[in-house]
Structure formats: C-alpha cells, structure tokens
Design a binder for this molecule. Structure first.
Ligand SMILES: C[S@@+](CC[C@H](N)C(=O)[O-])C[C@H]1O[C@@H](n2cnc3c(N)ncnc32)[C@H](O)[C@@H]1O
Length: 365
C-alpha cells in the first residue's frame, strides 16, 4: 500500500485527537447543563454576548475567564450557534461574540415558555448519561472485553446492575427517573403529533415499566377517554401519588403479570433486556391483550437500528454500546425484532420509523 501523503497523515492524526478526546464533548455538555447556559440564553431572549451571559450565570469570578473556551467547544459541536463563527475560529476572549440558542439547545431549556409551551427539560437526560455510575461503566469497557467474567461493565464499576443501584441510591434513582420523565414528556408530544391514532378508540392502556407515569399522564391528557395503568418496580412507584388524572399505579414485576388492557405500551423498555427476557415480557403482553375488551395491540417505542441518516445511525450505535455496557442488552435491527416477536407468538407487526432515533412498532396477534 502506498505511503499516505503528509496531508492525509495530518488529517488522520487530527481525527485521532478528535476521537480520543471525544469524551470532553460529553463533559462540556454536562458543564453547560450544570451551569444552565441554555436557560441563561433563553432568559436573555435566545441570544446573548459573552459578557451578558457571564452576568446571568452563577460563575465565581475566578472561573469567568474560562467560559469562552467552553462556549467555543459547544458552538463547534453545534450545540449553540456562535454568530458568524467569529469566536470559534479566531482567538481572543470572545467578548464580542454573540451566542444563540438553536433547536438542539432549546431542548435543554427548563422554562415552560419554550418549544411552543412544552419544557421537555432534556437536560435531565444529559445529567443521567453523565452520572459517575454510567461514565464509570464506560471506563470499564476495555477491561470487560479482555476478561472472561460475566459481570457487565456497569456491575464491574458499581457492584450492582442499574436497577439495583437505583433501588439503593436515592440520587441515582432520582437522576434516572427524572431523565426518563423528561424523555417521556418530549416523546409523548411527538407521538401525539405524529401517530396519535394508535390511541384512538381504545378504553384502556397499560404502560409496562412506565416509570413515574409521565407518558401515561400525557396520554390521558390527550385522550381523556383512555384509562391508564402504570406498572413498575416498587422503588419507582413509591412516592408517586396513588391515583392521578385517570392513571393508576401498580408496583409489580412485568415478568410475572401484566394487567389486561386494549393497548400495552412498552416505551424504551425492551432494549434493556436480552432476547430471552424480551420473549418472556412479550408473552405476558400477549396474554394481557388477549383478555382486553377490544382487539388488542402492543405498542413498542424503541430503536430499530439501520437508519439511513448518518447522525441517527450514529446515535443508534452509541445507544447499542450503552445498552451493552449497562445491561448486556442491545438495540435491535428489524430481523432481531422479527425473531423475538415470532417466538412470543405474534404474527403481525408494523414498524413506523417516525420518531427519529426511535420507531413505533405495532404488534398484533
Ligand atoms: C429505561 S426505563 C423506561 C421507563 C419508561 N418506560 C420511560 O420510557 O420513561 C425502564 C423501566 O423499567 C423498569 N423495570 C425494570 N425491571 C422491571 C420489572 N421487572 N418489572 C417492572 N418494571 C421494571 C425500571 O424501573 C424503569 O422504570
């Protein structure tokens, strides 16, 4: 093979530097969420110069000179927009640069007046994926690949699996549940907008492993005729008020029993489990819809890997690594889904890739 040109070598080396320091992008985003940069820009009307941003952020004077460097990285990664790229490409203290919110950073704003009246607060998802427990499990991946032990990278780092840590560590439990609630707020709005018809004409729905009930509450708000039950583990249900807005909570194990209903929802649940466990869960779901009043369906909101969009595919493959590291589970291609549906006794399914990284899958007997 011909020797690479100097230009190719230098480009390749720059790419290696970018990849090896890629974790600093996560940490820059984590820092921006901790500081509330998106909220500060929102308070300033969506744009602010660096001095204006500094005036509204809770930075001690000793750290203020460093903010421009954080903002340059975030703007380079497309999380905020730096006006005309001036502060990014040029040196200086960035005092003249104006930063703007864009679609991505608006997702991080906590104020209810954002996104047409919906504060999804996806900042909680950033805080969860950058907890020491989850970052710690990623740090174990290299050693995990070399070892013949069964423990997952998450267990190697934390001594217990994720739901075990959540049951014992209130801070991790609340970071996890707040992230899932934020994701549900965002996704419920999108689902109602893009495919609300899946909830039309039904009377009952069980949100299996539905966390603290955010998705169920959004469904009953949009479709008041639907009565929802949420089943989840006791440490998650604990503290959620027993009966609110047509939603009831059941502390239980979905492997054992799922109450009967017209629709069973599994949002971001099956990617936490092995194929064998998915077949078990889906078999319980099939039994539950067989006893419902209407022709039953299971609605799965999860990833179907293989998007043609490079960004979405990258997000799907990174989530797949995350599932491997946390649960020894995976994101699935259509052929993987097909296999577990058949084994659980379902004959028909329809995949709608309408939620970006995720799809809506309707499963029926
Ligand atoms: C990734 S979260 C998804 C939560 C919710 N569906 C959402 O998307 O916001 C997975 C959920 O599964 C719950 N879970 C784990 N094992 C369970 C079990 N055996 N029975 C019921 N729920 C379980 C967890 O407590 C957690 O709330």
């Amino acid at each position: 093979m011909a020797m690479a040109s100097s230009a190719e070598l230098m480009q390749a080396e720059a790419d290696l530097v970018r990849h090896s320091l890629g974790y600093l992008k996560s940490m820059a985003l984590h820092s921006a969420v901790k500081l509330g940069v998106a909220d500060a820009l929102h308070r300033c009307g969506g744009s602010a110069s660096l001095p204006d941003l500094l005036a509204t952020l809770p930075l001690p004077p000793s750290k203020q000179p460093y903010l421009s460097r954080l903002m340059k990285v975030l703007a380079t990664e497309g999380i905020f927009v730096a006006e005309e790229g001036v502060a990014v490409a040029n040196g200086g203290d960035g005092a003249t640069c104006v930063y703007h919110l864009n679609t991505m950073s608006r997702l991080l704003v906590n104020d209810a007046g954002i996104n047409g009246g919906s504060a999804w607060k996806l900042s909680s998802c950033i805080l969860m994926t950058t907890t020491p427990q989850i970052v710690g499990s990623a740090l174990q991946l290299g050693q995990w690949f070399q070892s013949d032990r069964e423990a997952t990278p998450f267990v190697m780092a934390n001594g217990r699996p994720p739901y075990g840590v959540a049951a014992h560590d209130a801070e991790f439990n609340s970071a996890f549940n707040e992230a899932m609630a934020a994701d549900s707020r965002y996704l419920a709005d999108l689902v109602v907008r893009e495919c609300g018809e899946v909830f039309e004409g039904i009377t009952s729905l069980v949100d299996v492993a539905g966390g603290t009930g955010t998705m169920a509450r959004a469904i009953t708000k949009a479709f008041p005729h639907v009565k929802c039950s949420v089943i989840d583990l006791p440490h998650v249900i604990q503290g959620v008020s027993a009966q609110t807005d047509n939603v009831e909570f059941v502390a239980g194990d979905m492997m054992e029993f799922i109450p009967p209903a017209d629709r069973i929802l599994l949002k971001y649940v099956l990617h936490n489990w092995s194929d064998e466990d998915c077949v078990k869960i889906l078999t319980r779901c099939r039994e539950a819809i067989a006893h419902g009043e209407k022709e039953g369906k299971v609605i799965i909101i999860d990833e179907v890997v293989g998007s043609r969009s490079q960004n979405i595919l990258e997000a799907q493959l990174l989530m797949d690594m995350q599932m491997m590291s946390l649960f020894m589970a995976k994101e699935r291609y259509e052929q993987d889904w097909n296999k577990i549906f058949t084994e659980a006794g379902f004959v028909n399914y329809k995949i709608r890739p309408i939620l970006g990284v995720r799809s809506v899958i309707e499963l029926y007997i």
